[in-house]
Design a binder for this molecule. Structure first.
Ligand SMILES: Nc1ncnc2c1ncn2[C@@H]1O[C@H](COP(=O)(O)OP(=O)(O)OP(=O)(O)O)[C@@H](O)[C@H]1O
Ligand SMILES: [Mg+2]
Length: 272
């Protein structure tokens, strides 16, 4: 028996494992139905699908902010999401930057580290590093209202990165930005991921964004929210502007738009 337990612990399995996940909200909305999802450590996975297909619900569940009505969810092969004191860390970035308007960019990035009670030299070092990583060195003293939407989002990403998360959850973080800014941030995020190698789960409506960023795209459909299919994107190396014209990119976009339009023609998608 003891041997079996040790053998199990030695095989960590996926970082996130969801099986038979079901979510019915109090008002009767079936937000997710029988979702199976595995995410490996270090992977960059996008959840792609139309409005209302349960992407945010699934992401909030992974964050431990929402309970499944049914099914199994495991974090690092454990039945509960990690607590703040655990070594495994989860950070979340929302669609809105959600910055404190009265604090500077640096102050915003420092806050979670101060709340975690880290020693001052470490707070100073990590928050400065994170701001530099997102390209905001020189803007430490700026208030959110003095920054553009894209820069505010960079501060929100720096705030998440400064906590050195093992798992970064991002819910349409660039959805409100113009296409040029979004593309730039996508490129920078991909470079940061390649440098830090944390696990990222990224929610988006955009096929192009999902393909550009991810190793794997999980396609979801609505009513009820479910996983339709998963696509592995070729091209492990650096992805710059050129990748948007590469055969691997074009082919993945074609396959995904085909599967999404098929989903909309299916009876379950007929109302949209
Ligand atoms: N707290 C809630 N109470 C009741 N219903 C909810 C709640 N949150 C979400 N829903 C419903 O569950 C379904 C899935 O919602 P969810 O927000 O997860 O979708 P989404 O894919 O993130 O959509 P969007 O792309 O618009 O953000 C929708 O029908 C939504 O109306
Ligand atoms: Mg959402």
């Amino acid at each position: 028996m003891a041997e079996a337990v040790i053998a199990d612990a030695a095989r960590p399995g996926p970082l996130i494992l969801g099986d038979g996940l079901h979510k019915v909200y109090d008002n009767g909305t079936e937000a997710l139905k029988d979702v199976h999802l595995e995410i490996a450590a270090g992977e960059f996975v996008s959840l792609l699908g139309p409005s209302g297909c349960g992407k945010s619900t699934l992401l909030r569940m992974i964050a431990g902010l929402e309970q499944p009505s049914n099914g199994v969810l495991r974090w690092w092969n454990r039945p509960r999401p990690p607590r703040r004191a655990d070594r495994e860390r989860i950070a979340m970035v929302f669609q809105e930057p959600t910055l404190m308007p009265w604090a500077t960019a640096l102050g915003n990035v420092r806050l979670p580290l101060e709340l975690a009670g880290l020693p001052e030299p470490l707070i100073a070092q990590r928050s400065q590093e994170a701001l530099t990583l997102v390209g905001l060195a020189g803007f430490e003293k700026s208030r959110p209202r003095e920054l553009s939407g894209g820069m505010q989002m960079r501060v929100a990403i720096a705030r998440a990165l400064a906590t050195e998360p093992d798992l970064l959850l991002m819910d349409e973080p660039f959805g409100a930005l113009d296409e040029f800014t979004r593309n730039r941030l996508d490129e920078d995020l991909r470079a940061i991921w390649r440098e830090r190698r944390m696990t990222v789960v990224f929610v988006t409506h955009s096929i192009y964004e999902a393909v550009f960023l991810s190793q794997r795209v999980v396609v979801m459909a609505a009513r009820p929210g479910r996983v339709l299919e998963q696509l592995q994107v070729a091209g492990e190396g650096e992805r710059g502007e050129d990748f948007r014209h590469a055969p691997a990119f074009v082919e993945a976009c074609r396959l995904l738009s085909q599967s999404i339009s098929l989903a909309h023609r299916s009876p379950a998608g007929a109302h949209s």
